[in-house]
Each structure stands twice: as structure tokens, then as C-alpha cells.
Write a protein that binds this ligand. Structure first.
Ligand SMILES: Cc1cc2nc3c(=O)[nH]c(=O)nc-3n(C[C@H](O)[C@H](O)[C@H](O)COP(=O)(O)OP(=O)(O)OC[C@H]3O[C@@H](n4cnc5c(N)ncnc54)[C@H](O)[C@@H]3O)c2cc1C
Length: 486
């Protein structure tokens, strides 16, 4: 049998790679982790989830200060934002979390950590800084980087991406955002709230294109009301530097041209898998422009080389990366053939209000040819939302032909948190009647989950048949008031 120095080698120390590394090392596998950057943690910690959510919270507080009168407080003149202070807060939050992702911690778990740019020299061996490391199994978890689509003029100017957005030395006066996915939309609202004039350009007619249009349009309405301007169905024709500003020429679907100007340009037009320099072509690991080609056990075209996280190009979320890391552990360490199942993979866009989703939305159900029904409850009818001053939004419950829930979308305050109950309901195959009957504390936002389940049962419980039966058996006397509720 061939001798390998390590049982498993992991390339990339982000959410996916760290999950595999800690699991494998704790299970007694001799584990090697190689990270390109000088620190562990990956995009989520340094340039993604953590800085963006920290910024969003800061922007939310500032927005609240500027709009204090909405809560019955005295209106006040709020000083302008000092972005360097905001950036410092971001770095301090990153620093606190970084401790969990330190080299020492992974070493204490039993893994060897190396830094540098590895490259496969054969199917079991990588070269790193002049020496080689061999492993029986490998995991590619090198994540993704911002996609920079070919656009006239873009390569000749400086622009922002998630890599440099959180460490700016001042708050931009104005910003053009290219793209309308979760990152683009979250950042558009956060910067707008901090005081930047934001314009967002989107090729199609809808922002957050994975979501149902009614929900995405509601998000857009909120952002528009806060001052973000949207240019939908707009193709970017050219970009150039003009008088210290970025000038973007767009063309509408009707062919009209418009020129937009801003101090900075944020490019948030999707992600590209980090595969350059790994030497994959030489070892028969296939990939396309979405990412690595994997089967449902996350094996690449070399069965002992696995992939997890953004590099697979499927669901590019931290929790998806963690989930996929677990699938790799099952297959590579336990030798249990476990397949990925994304049926109930939840996600949330952290705008205010948040937009959270699990299972199928109307778009997905329609595409799958499912004969579905939609049940809605609005936040304006939830007492706690009104007390919070956050009555915008709704929950949509999608039921299939058998009246089983197949998906939930929530647009509203703390939608990401509210979704957790549905994570348990759907994964645990909990009956809708159980949720509808379960007592929820009053007044909570969570009551909306119970209420939407109740909207399904109400017409059945209060039906004419039930009323007639009760009248027949118990001689109920019927209405006491002539006026009818419409
Ligand atoms: C602005 C922004 C906000 C986001 N917000 C959220 C959110 O709120 N919730 C959420 O779930 N997701 C969010 N994401 C997505 C999330 O960050 C990613 O899905 C997650 O980081 C993917 O984990 P990963 O391990 O696949 O990749 P990463 O975390 O990027 O880790 C990959 C690691 O591999 C290293 N690497 C790259 N190339 C090599 C190489 N050749 N050799 C060795 N190492 C290499 C990288 O340096 C990095 O450390 C956000 C992303 C962005 C950009």
C-alpha cells in the first residue's frame, strides 16, 4: 500500500476547510491544513459575513438615531459618520472572532497548519514553498472571489469589492453598485443609511433574482424610500474615470442611454471559484466557470479529492460550507456514503427588513411543476412588530398538493431568526397542526409563524359545515349581531 504523510490534506482555511480540519483532526486523522493567506478564517470572517453584518448593525443604529422621532423621541441633528471609526469597530469584531480561528487552536486539535500557495504535483501530493506534502485524501476548500465581468473601461480604473470595502479611510460621498444580489443590496442599504448617495444598477428587471418578485420588490421599495436609486433592466456600456469620479454609461432595455456619476464604484456581480494555481489540470480534477465538478458525495473527478464550500459554486453561504464540510467528513473519514441534500438549505439577506427563505418559493415550485398554494400573514397584523416600529413585510407559506409545507419566505424584522422555527418544522417533518396549536409567547414576532399556519386551518375550523353540525348537536343560536365583518 502506498505511503502518505497525512491521512487528509485540506486546501483553504475558511468555513469549509476549517470544518473539515477540526472534524478530521479530532477524529484522529493526521490532518494538514494549507492556507494561502497569513491568517485563518477565510472570506466570511475577513471580507464577508462578519464585516458586512457589523457594518449593517452600525448603519441600523445610525438610521435609528436620524429617525428618532419615529419612536416618539426628540428629533436631533446627528453628526456625519467617521468611517474610520466604523472600520475600527469592524476590525475589532473580526479580531474577537479570529481567536476561534487561530493556528494555535487548530494545532491544539491535532492538525498541522501551513501557510502559502500549494499546487498539486500528482494526485496525492502538493508542492508548497519548495517542499512536498502527500495525503491519502485531499479537500479543496479554497472559496471564491468577486467576479469581474468584462466591461469596457473597468480594468482601467480603481473600484471596490468586498475585499477593500470594509477598510475605506472615509465614507464615500456617492457610490454606484454594480449587481443586485444579496451582497450588493445589503451594502447599498448600509452605505445609504450611513450617508452615501447610492445608485444600484441591475441587468434584469428584479433585484435578488433568486427570490420571488413580490418579496424582492418589497425590499426595493423600502430601500428606495430610504434614498437608494435603482436602475433595472440596464446594461453597463462603459465605465471611466472622469474628474475624480467614476462615470458609468448604462443603456435601458428601450435603448436610451444614461450617464451616472459617483465617487466610488462597488462591483458585486457574483463570485468566481478560487482555482487558479492549484495545478488541477495536471491531476485530472475537472471544473467549469461555476466551480469544481463534484458528485452528490462532493467527490471531484478524482474520487479521493473532495470539494466543499464556495468552490463548488452551488450555495455560496457559510452555513452551506459548514454543511458540506460535514458531508466530506462522513465520506472521507467515516467512509459512510453520505449525499448532499439542499432541500431545506435556508438563507437570509440581511437588509432591514431581512428576507429569509427555506425550501421552495413560488418561483421554484412553479418551475418544478408543483401545484402549490400560498398562505400569507402580514407583519402589520403582528402586535410586536408594531411596538417595534417594524410593521413592513409578510410571511409566505407554500404548501404542496398534499397540503404539506414545502417552503417559507419571510420578509420582516429578524426574519433570519424567525426562520429557525421553520428549519426545525421542515427538517423534523413536524405537522402544520402541531405548529398552529403550539402556544407562543405574546407579544413576539414569532407568533407570525403560528398565525400563518393558522390561516390554513381557520377556514376549515370556522366552515359552514362545522357551524351547522354544532348547531344541530348543541342547539347553538347563531349570530348575536346583524352587522357582518367584511
Ligand atoms: C460581503 C459578503 C457577505 C457575506 N455574507 C454572508 C452571510 O451573511 N451569511 C452567509 O452564510 N454567507 C455570507 N457570505 C458568503 C460566505 O462568506 C461564503 O459562502 C463562505 O466564506 C464560504 O466559505 P469557504 O470556506 O468556501 O470559502 P472562504 O471562507 O473564502 O475560505 C477559503 C479560504 O481558502 C483560501 N485560499 C484561496 N485560494 C487558496 C489556495 N490556492 N491555496 C490555499 N488556500 C487558498 C482563502 O484565502 C480562504 O481563506 C458573504 C460573502 C461576502 C463576500
Amino acid at each position: 500500500m502506498a505511503f502518505y504523510e497525512f491521512d487528509i490534506g485540506v486546501l483553504g482555511g475558511g468555513a469549509a476547510g476549517l470544518t473539515v480540519t477540526s472534524g478530521a483532526a479530532q477524529l484522529g486523522a493526521k490532518t494538514l491544513l494549507i492556507e494561502k493567506e497569513p491568517v485563518l478564517g477565510g472570506d466570511c470572517l475577513h471580507y464577508g459575513c462578519v464585516p458586512s453584518k457589523t457594518l449593517i448593525r452600525t448603519a441600523q443604529v445610525y438610521h435609528g438615531m436620524k429617525n428618532a422621532a419615529q419612536w416618539g423621541l426628540p428629533g436631533c441633528e446627528v453628526p456625519a459618520v467617521e468611517y474610520s471609526d466604523v472600520a475600527r469597530r469592524i476590525q475589532s469584531v473580526i479580531g474577537s472572532i479570529q481567536k476561534h480561528d487561530s493556528e494555535e487552536r487548530f494545532c491544539s486539535l491535532g492538525a498541522r497548519v501551513e501557510f502559502g500557495m500549494p499546487s498539486f504535483v500528482d494526485e496525492h501530493t502538493v508542492k508548497l514553498k519548495g517542499r512536498t506534502f502527500s495525503a491519502r485524501k485531499w479537500v479543496i476548500a479554497t472559496g471564491s472571489s468577486p467576479s469581474i465581468p468584462p466591461t469596457e473601461g473597468l480594468d482601467g480604473i480603481s473600484y471596490l469589492t468586498n475585499k477593500n470595502l470594509f477598510s475605506l479611510d472615509h465614507l464615500p460621498r456617492s457610490m454606484i453598485v454594480l449587481g443586485a444580489g444579496p451582497i450588493a443590496v445589503e451594502m447599498a442599504q448600509a452605505f445609504s443609511r450611513l450617508g452615501t448617495q447610492v445608485a444600484l444598477i441591475q441587468r434584469s428587471g428584479q433585484i435578488l433574482s433568486r427570490e420571488d418578485k413580490d418579496m424582492a420588490d418589497l425590499v426595493m421599495k423600502v430601500l428606495s424610500s430610504e434614498g437608494v436609486s435603482f436602475h433595472l433592466n440596464a446594461a453597463v456600456m462603459s465605465i471611466r474615470e472622469a474628474g475624480g469620479n467614476k462615470e458609468v454609461v448604462i443603456q435601458t432595455r428601450e435603448g436610451a442611454r444614461e450617464t451616472l456619476n459617483a465617487e466610488v464604484l462597488l462591483v458585486a456581480m457574483g463570485r468566481t471559484a478560487n482555482l487558479t494555481g492549484l495545478g488541477l489540470e495536471g491531476v485530472g480534477v475537472e471544473f467549469d466557470n461555476k466551480g469544481l465538478t463534484v458528485d452528490n458525495r462532493l467527490r471531484t473527478t478524482q474520487k479521493h479529492i473532495y470539494a466543499a464550500g464556495d468552490v463548488t459554486g452551488t450555495y455560496q453561504f457559510t452555513h452551506a460550507a459548514g454543511y458540506e464540510g460535514g458531508i466530506v467528513i462522513s465520506n472521507a473519514i467515516f467512509h459512510l456514503p453520505r449525499k448532499v441534500d439542499y432541500t431545506y438549505l435556508p438563507w437570509c439577506t440581511y437588509t432591514d427588513p431581512e428576507l429569509a427563505s427555506i425550501g421552495m418559493n413560488e418561483k421554484a415550485a412553479g418551475k418544478a411543476g408543483i401545484d402549490y398554494t400560498v398562505w400569507v400573514e402580514e407583519f402589520k397584523d403582528n402586535d410586536r412588530s408594531l411596538a417595534e416600529g417594524a410593521g413592513t413585510g409578510k410571511i409566505k407559506m407554500i404548501l404542496n398538493e398534499k397540503e404539506k409545507p414545502i417552503g417559507i419566505q419571510i420578509l420582516g424584522p429578524q426574519a433570519g431568526e424567525l426562520l429557525s422555527e421553520w428549519v426545525a418544522v421542515l427538517n423534523g417533518n413536524v405537522k402544520l397542526s402541531t405548529l398552529a396549536a403550539a402556544v407562543h409567547p405574546y407579544p413576539t414576532l414569532g407568533e407570525i409563524n403560528k398565525r400563518v399556519a393558522g390561516t390554513f386551518f381557520s377556514p376549515k375550523i370556522f366552515s359552514d359545515t362545522i357551524k351547522k353540525s354544532l348547531k344541530f348537536f348543541f342547539n347553538l343560536k347563531g349570530r348575536a349581531c346583524k352587522a357582518r365583518l367584511e
